[in-house]
Design a binder for this molecule. Structure first.
Ligand SMILES: CC(=O)SCCNC(=O)CCNC(=O)[C@H](O)C(C)(C)COP(=O)(O)OP(=O)(O)OC[C@H]1O[C@@H](n2cnc3c(N)ncnc32)[C@H](O)[C@@H]1OP(=O)(O)O
Length: 209
């Protein structure tokens, strides 16, 4: 059975833990700053990844990890740290997630239950494709982005690095969303969005942060 380590153990990490279990991996344990009070998956606590030696068993045995942190910046920082420490991240796809055979998914990317990734989509590293989202044909999603539950990206949409597309948002075909953008829940995005902006509503418009 393939082994994997989980980084983070709350909220989003529970969703990842569920998918890991259903995907037939053996979770060797979780890493967190301190042992979690709740342990719904009865996973062994392996320590804080920043403490020397805690990652040694993963390095020695070549066991990959996945970072179960919803916040894009933090997920990126932890993944970069792990890479520097010689620990690779791997993607996890829930058994009910559907990824086209001609789509690509980067390392450490999580595809949640019911998410669909259609042909020729290119999904970067450390991305969250959350529950039931749709990434249509030829979309391009930058590293460390998060497509929230139920969001729909129509054909050939691009989403920049570190951007967040909120729950049930809809993005019209061909629209280009920049980096570090926030699209609010339920937004309907009809126009390109420059980097670092927050857009909400239908039709979506910018709000100042
Ligand atoms: C598994 C998971 O849980 S994944 C996470 C899923 N969560 C989501 O999708 C939530 C996404 N977040 C949002 O939609 C947030 O409201 C944000 C990020 C867009 C804005 O949050 P904030 O910066 O805190 O803005 P704030 O709540 O102060 O609202 C600012 C204004 O925008 C409006 N607004 C905020 N969000 C939305 C929205 N989604 N749609 C329409 N209007 C909105 C507010 O009503 C407010 O308007 P007002 O100034 O006229 O009163």
């Amino acid at each position: 059975m393939k082994k994997i380590a989980l980084f983070g153990y709350s909220g989003h990490a529970y969703v990842v833990a569920d998918a890991i279990k259903l995907s037939g991996y053996e979770t060797v344990g979780y890493f967190e700053r301190a042992e979690a009070h709740a342990n719904p998956y009865s996973i062994t606590y392996l320590g804080y990844e920043q403490d020397e030696q805690t990652l040694l068993p993963l390095r020695t045995e070549g066991i990959p990890g996945i970072v179960g942190v919803g916040e894009n910046n933090i997920r990126q920082k932890v993944m970069y740290f792990l890479k520097r420490q010689g620990v690779n991240c791997t993607s996890v796809i829930h058994p009910s997630g559907i990824v086209s055979g001609v789509a690509t998914i980067g390392e450490g990317t999580f595809v949640a239950a019911g998410a669909k990734v259609n042909p020729l989509a290119k999904v970067g590293a450390g991305v969250i494709l959350n529950t039931g989202c749709i990434v249509e044909h030829e979309c391009s999603i930058g590293d460390f982005a998060h497509i929230a539950p139920g969001a729909v990206l129509a054909g050939s949409v691009s989403v920049g690095e570190g951007s967040f597309v909120g729950a049930n948002a809809v993005v019209k075909q061909g629209v280009r969303i920049g980096s570090k953008v926030v699209v609010g829940a339920g937004a309907v995005v009809l126009k390109d969005i420059p980097d670092n902006q927050t857009w909400v509503g239908n039709p979506a418009k910018e709000i100042s942060k």
